[in-house]
Write a protein that binds this ligand. Structure first.
Ligand SMILES: NC(=O)c1ccc[n+]([C@@H]2O[C@H](COP(=O)([O-])OP(=O)(O)OC[C@H]3O[C@@H](n4cnc5c(N)ncnc54)[C@H](O)[C@@H]3O)[C@@H](O)[C@H]2O)c1
Length: 334
C-alpha cells in the first residue's frame, strides 16, 4: 500500500501526546495503511519534540514508516496527504481576545500559504487550534489552490460530549445515541441540538426527546453543560481537554477518510455556501454532515424550530464578528 504523509502541528503539546499513538497505530487511517508522520512545533519546543520522537520510535509500530520532527514549515508541509493543525497561540493571562486572534491569524496565514505551496492539492486539513473555526477560515483563504471543501475544523469533541451526556442520563452506552448535532462555533455559543437525535432503548428506536422526557433539561441544563464543558475540564484539571480532544480528532479524521455509516451523521466545521439553514455564506460553521468518498455533504431538510433558530443565529453572529476582525488583520498583513 502507498505510504501516506500525515502532518501534526503542535506536536510537542498535550493533545498531540494523546493523539500521535492512535494515528501511528492505524486507528485513524486504517490498520493496513503505512504512514509517514511529520511532527511540527516551534523552535523552543525542539527538545521536547525529540522526546516525543524517541517515544514513538520506542512504540515499535509496524505501520510507522518514517517520523520527521521539524520546526521548518517547508519540510513539514511538503507533499502531505493530511494536515492536523493542532498548534496555536494559547490565551495568556490578561490577553485580549483581539490580540489572541491577531497572533493566530499570523500562524494560520503562514500555514495556509505553506499548504498552498507545498502540500498535495488533495490534502485534507483539520484545524483544532482555537479559535478553530476562524483559524480554519484563515488557512483556507491563504491556500487558494486547495479546494475549500478540503478544510474543516473540530467540533466532534462537542458532539462526543453531548452524545455522552445523553447516554449517561439514560443509563445507556453512548453507541445507543445517534445524530446529535453541533451547530455553529466551537465556543460557548455552540448549539448542541438533540431535536433530530435518536436512541436505541427497550422501546426500540425513539427520539431523544421521547426517551429523556425532560424538555426543560434538553433545552437548558444540557445545552449549557456542553457549552461549558471545556471550561469545567480546565477548572478541574488545570489544563485543557487533551485525551478527549485527541479521541475526537481521531473520530473526525477517520470518518472523513472512510465515510459515515448509513443513517448516521456527524458534526464538522465546514464552509457554508449560504444555501443551508440560513447560515451566511463564507463562514466555517459546524453542520451535520454525511461523508462518502472523502467528500462531506451537509444533511438537508432538518426542521428548525424557533428555539434552535435563535441559537444557530447567535453562533453565526459571533462567527461573523470573529471573521471580520480576522480578515482585517489578514488584509493588514498583506
Ligand atoms: N477544537 C477543539 O475541540 C479543541 C479542543 C481542545 C483544545 N483545542 C485547542 O487545541 C490547541 C492545542 O491544545 P494543547 O492542549 O495541545 O496545547 P499545548 O499548549 O499543550 O500545545 C500546543 C503546541 O502548539 C505549539 N505551537 C504553537 N505555535 C505553533 C506553530 N506556529 N506551529 C507549530 N506548533 C505551534 C506549541 O509550541 C505547543 O507545543 C489549543 O489552541 C486548544 O485551545 C481545541
Amino acid at each position: 500500500m502507498v505510504v501516506i504523509k500525515v502532518l501534526v502541528t503542535g506536536a510537542a503539546g498535550q493533545i498531540a501526546y494523546s493523539l500521535l499513538y492512535s494515528i501511528a497505530n492505524g486507528d485513524v487511517f486504517g490498520k493496513d495503511q503505512p504512514i509517514s508522520l511529520v511532527l511540527l512545533d516551534i523552535k523552543p519546543m525542539m527538545s521536547v519534540l525529540e522526546g516525543v520522537f524517541m517515544e514513538l520510535q520506542d512504540c515499535s509500530l509496524p505501520l510507522l514508516h518514517e517520523i520527521i520532527p521539524t520546526d521548518n514549515v517547508e519540510v513539514a508541509f511538503k507533499d502531505i496527504d493530511a494536515a492536523l493543525l493542532v498548534g496555536a497561540m494559547p490565551r495568556r493571562d490578561g490577553m485580549e481576545r483581539k490580540d489572541l486572534l491577531k497572533a493566530n491569524v499570523k500562524i494560520f496565514e503562514n500555514q495556509g500559504a505553506a499548504l498552498n505551496m507545498y502540500a498535495k492539492k488533495t490534502v485534507k486539513v483539520l484545524v483544532v487550534g482555537n479559535p478553530a473555526n476562524t483559524n480554519c477560515l484563515i488557512a483556507m483563504k491563504s491556500a487558494p489552490t486547495i479546494p475549500p471543501q478540503n478544510f474543516s475544523c473540530l467540533t466532534r469533541l462537542d458532539q462526543n460530549r453531548a452524545t455522552s451526556q445523553i447516554a449517561v442520563r439514560l443509563g445507556l452506552s453512548c453507541s445507543a445515541v445517534k445524530n446529535v448535532t453541533i451547530w455553529g462555533n466551537h465556543s460557548s455559543t455552540q448549539y448542541p441540538d438533540t431535536t433530530h437525535a435518536n436512541v436505541c432503548n427497550n422501546d426500540g428506536n425513539v427520539t431523544v426527546y421521547k426517551a429523556v422526557k425532560d424538555d426543560e433539561w434538553l433545552k437548558g441544563g444540557f445545552v449549557q453543560m456542553v457549552q461549558q464543558r471545556g471550561a469545567a475540564v480546565i477548572k478541574a484539571r488545570k489544563l485543557s481537554s487533551a485525551m478527549s480532544a485527541a479521541k475526537a480528532i481521531c473520530d473526525h479524521v477517520r470518518d472523513w477518510w472512510h465515510g459515515t455509516s448509513e443513517g448516521h451523521w456527524v458534526s464538522m466545521g465546514v464552509i457554508s455556501d449560504g444555501n443551508n439553514y440560513g447560515v451566511p455564506e463564507g463562514l466555517i460553521y459546524s453542520f451535520p454532515v454525511t461523508i462518502k468518498d472523502q467528500k462531506w455533504t451537509v444533511v438537508k431538510g432538518l426542521s428548525i424550530d424557533t428555539f434552535s433558530r435563535e441559537r444557530m443565529d447567535e453562533s453565526a453572529k459571533e462567527l461573523v464578528e470573529e471573521r471580520d476582525m480576522a480578515l482585517e488583520f489578514l488584509s493588514k498583513s498583506a
